[in-house]
Design a binder for this molecule. Structure first.
Ligand code: NI
Length: 163
């Protein structure tokens, strides 16, 4: 197992639509273990492959009691609305309020290639959507109005300089 380097905004891979996961082999299992280790080390609740520099439709999460690996994820149903703080390891965890559906249903494959569906509400539903967005080359700041997006980016850059 290894902790991988987290890619940060504005690295190009974060804005690319990921390639489908096609091989469900030992290599993928190791990659998922690395992603978990990297996520826990960074004290995150979700991590997608583009965040470690891989242009791949894959994420891991452990959020609000929902722990899963999702390859080739899709959000197939949403319901309601929530607006709360969201942050991203690739944007220095600078928080901003993002509106999202309250509930979401995820369809994805596990590390063995088996398809499954999972439903979540609140924080975990937010993670489903945030991480699936990463697989589509989208960051949470892309959901923000222009001014608020700029504010997050400015703060992220400033905090990065202090480190
Ligand atoms: Ni993120």
């Amino acid at each position: 197992m290894a902790i991988r380097k987290i890619t940060e905004y504005p690295e190009e891979v974060l804005a690319k639509v990921g390639k489908p996961v096609e091989k469900f082999d030992d290599e993928l299992a190791v990659l998922c273990e690395d992603m978990y280790e990297t996520m826990y080390d960074a004290e995150g609740v979700g991590l997608a492959a583009p965040q470690i520099g891989l242009n791949l439709r894959l994420f891991v999460m452990d959020c609000d009691g929902v722990k899963l690996i999702a390859a080739n994820p899709e959000i197939i149903e949403t319901e309601g609305e929530q607006a709360s703080h969201e942050g991203c390891l690739s944007v220095g965890k600078v928080p901003a309020v993002v509106k999202r559906p309250m509930k979401a249903k995820l369809r994805a494959q596990n590390e063995k290639g088996e398809w499954f569906e999972a439903e979540a509400e609140g924080y975990a539903a937010r993670a489903f959507m945030h991480e699936t967005d990463h697989c589509d080359g989208k960051l949470f700041i892309d959901h923000l109005p222009k001014m608020r997006r700029e504010m997050v980016i400015t703060r992220f850059k400033k905090e990065k300089r202090w480190k």
